[in-house]
Design a protein around this ligand. Structure first.
Ligand code: 5BU
Length: 262
């Protein structure tokens, strides 16, 4: 059985199967994080990198002129270029509050984001609250089991407890934001890893970068790259970003091929 067939067979949610199929089909395990703060610059960047990614990660709360039109356009681009949308919301409250934050407000994240994430800190209630909203819409959740930043407190027993929490909610938790493989063959969670860069080791504000090969060797499925692809918004060059996306796509796919003998 091929590597992807095996992984796909291990998944309990349709969304995680869809993601692995997409990675295989597009030969891309690259998620680009577009941390730009206007609608126009975000959409232009997604238009530039969309053909090369399996996922676009957003922080919609940084967008000054956010409106539903942005969401509609983002959804259209996700169909046009075949990628999933991941709103990096990092929920961190009690179940009742996160269910409201996920479904309501200006952003209505559950209506358009295939994937979102949450801290395990509040306990199982956070997963229950998000699941109540997201499950029937076919959404999936990533738990933040580890972070890329220097001095992160999400280590050791906290990471283990996050894994145990995910195991209790396999219908909705599709995997982790983590820096290494967590779980085994019986609970084949997806690992998405930020803090990935080919050229620099940090950003002077605590971010730490490892290369695609380093993280994929450690068990990553999807590499999350922000500024390494997009550059900064103040000096944005969409052509260069498209070229960088191709470079990271190639690096990610070659590492996956090498590590898993595809
Ligand atoms: P960068 O430009 O590649 O450093 O951006 C990384 C993105 O991933 C950015 O949007 C962060 O909010 C996000 N991130 C992270 O860097 N580290 C983490 O542990 C988590 C998210 Br969780």
């Amino acid at each position: 059985m091929s590597y992807f067939d095996k992984r796909i067979g291990n998944q309990s949610s349709k969304l995680s199967k869809d993601l692995l199929q997409l990675v295989e089909r597009k030969q891309s395990n690259l998620c680009v994080s577009v941390d730009f703060n206007t609608k126009d610059s975000l959409l232009k960047m997604v238009e530039a990198v969309g053909p090369y990614v399996c996922m676009i990660k957003t922080h919609v709360d940084i967008i000054s002129d956010f409106d539903i039109d942005l969401v509609e356009k983002l959804k259209e681009l996700s169909v046009k270029y075949d990628f999933l949308i991941f709103e990096d919301r990092k929920f961190a409250d009690i179940g009742n509050t996160v269910s409201l934050q996920y479904s309501s407000g200006v952003h209505k994240i559950a209506d358009w984001s295939h994937i979102t994430n949450a801290h395990a800190l509040p306990g199982d209630g956070i997963v229950k609250g998000l699941k109540k909203v997201g499950l029937e819409k076919g959404r999936g959740l990533l738990l933040l089991a580890q972070m890329s930043s220097e001095g992160s407190l999400a280590v050791g027993d906290y990471t283990k407890a996050s894994l145990a929490m995910a195991q209790r909610h396999k219908d909705f938790v599709i995997g982790f934001i983590a820096q290494e493989k967590l779980g085994g063959e019986n609970d084949d969670f997806l690992i998405l890893t930020p803090g990935v860069g080919l050229d620099v080791k940090g950003d002077g504000m605590g971010q730490q970068y490892r290369t695609p090969e380093e993280v994929i060797k450690a068990g990553t499925d999807v590499i999350i790259v922000g500024r390494g692809v997009t550059g900064s918004q103040s000096t944005v060059d969409y052509q260069k970003a498209a070229a960088e996306a191709q470079r990271y796509k190639k690096a990610g796919w070659e590492a996956l091929t090498k590590v898993h003998g595809l």
